[in-house]
Design a protein around this ligand. Structure first.
Ligand code: 9MR
Length: 358
């Protein structure tokens, strides 16, 4: 892709859409939605979705989640950008508490996201150095992971440590103090102490779709394990797009499975947008390609040994819930998620159900 996925993921910039897609989900010419069983009833593991606290007050979202979902990941209100918005001394846990209470009340598991991320905490940690920095780093993990001990099943301890082209690890305020592997080792150790029972994950995007990045991730996992890191699970975000070549995702799943660790497909969505201004493919063609990519991922996941199928999470339920469909980024047409804006199954939901049952 000529605009890097990093740019898209980090900045929230929409992929430029040159050719209008044929239909949006509010147009009556939309084909009849497929009949799809509740996804949690066919998934070979907990079926998860991202949640924002405001969705708890949306009865349509709640009904869709209750029917389909058995696990939740806070989409942003458990991140430093929310928790530390008022500074290190005044952490905000109100919304993550509300999400945890909702999960518990509805018998859903909770996956914590995310303790340490290169893109977060720069402002809150600015001006700290030496022992003060260490106290804040360790204290943050102890406070957040400790607060939800026994309430979360698992944590993304470190998120997105690798550069988009896979050439190296990212430089960030954490690596500047502890070194590239060092900040991860420290984060995992502190998380282990704060929550001895939560399954601790390293989470990354494009490892299943960009071979150089996947290779860098595998090397990193090997190093961390060798260094005695209490890393227990591997998070494949799976922000897919329609032109990922055939076979790449399945081949990577076979490679990463060799560690024998639990695997979490942690943030699945698949945008229909492309960057080519001359791309005149129809909506139907794009949806067929999306189905192929999602099917490949879900089949490869389903083929894992049962103990490695930790969870399968979509990064939102309805298209309009997606980060691709917010504010300026919204083209009104993308269908990156399993349900349309009315909560009716999209082809993606049918593809998931089919692949899980295969
Ligand atoms: O979908 C999330 C969006 O609502 C947030 O504004 C953004 C920044 O916190 O993060 C988005 O989720 C990202 C996730 O936390 C990590 N992987 C990439 C996801 C999509 O950008």
């Amino acid at each position: 892709m000529s605009i890097s996925r990093r740019t898209v993921l980090a900045s929230g910039l929409a992929l430029p859409l040159a050719a209008p897609l044929a239909a949006c989900d509010r147009i009556s010419a939309e084909p009849t939605p497929p009949n799809v069983p509740p996804l949690k009833s066919v998934a070979p593991c907990p079926f998860g979705a991202a949640i924002k606290a405001m969705q708890i007050d949306d009865p349509d979202w709640v009904a869709l989640a209750r029917a389909n979902v058995s696990q939740l990941t806070p989409e942003w209100e458990m991140k430093m950008e929310y928790v530390l918005a008022d500074g290190l001394d005044r952490p905000n846990f109100d919304r993550s508490d509300a999400i945890a209470a909702f999960a518990q009340a509805n018998g859903m598991a909770l996956h914590g996201h995310t303790l340490i991320w290169y893109s977060q905490g720069k402002e809150a940690f600015a001006g700290l150095s030496g022992a003060a920095f260490d106290r804040a780093f360790d204290g943050y993990i102890a406070a957040l992971a400790g607060r939800y001990r026994g309430k979360v099943r698992s944590w993304d301890v470190v998120n997105e440590p690798i550069l988009d082209d896979g050439s190296a690890l990212r430089d960030c305020h954490w690596s500047a103090r502890y070194g590239h592997d060092g900040y991860m080792l420290r984060a995992f150790e502190k998380a282990r102490i704060a929550d001895p029972d939560g399954v601790l994950f390293l989470n990354e995007y494009n490892q299943e779709s960009v071979p150089a990045k996947g290779a860098q991730f595998l090397k990193l996992v090997e190093r961390l394990l060798k260094a005695g890191c209490p890393l227990q699970g591997l998070g494949l975000q799976s922000h897919l797009w329609i032109d990922i070549p055939d076979g790449v995702i399945a081949a990577y799943m076979r490679e990463i499975a060799q560690f024998g660790l639990p695997i979490h497909v942690s943030e699945l969505d698949c945008t229909l947008r492309t960057e080519n201004p001359l791309d005149l493919r129809s909506q139907a063609d794009r949806l067929a390609r999306q189905t192929a990519r999602v099917t490949e991922l879900a089949e490869a996941f389903t083929a894992l040994p049962p103990a490695q199928r930790f969870a399968f999470t979509v990064w939102g339920l309805r298209d309009t819930d997606s980060w691709y469909r917010q504010g300026d980024k919204d083209d009104g047409r993308d269908k990156p998620l399993p349900f349309d804006s009315f909560g009716r199954p999209n082809p993606m939901a049918a593809a998931l159900a089919e692949a899980f049952r295969a």
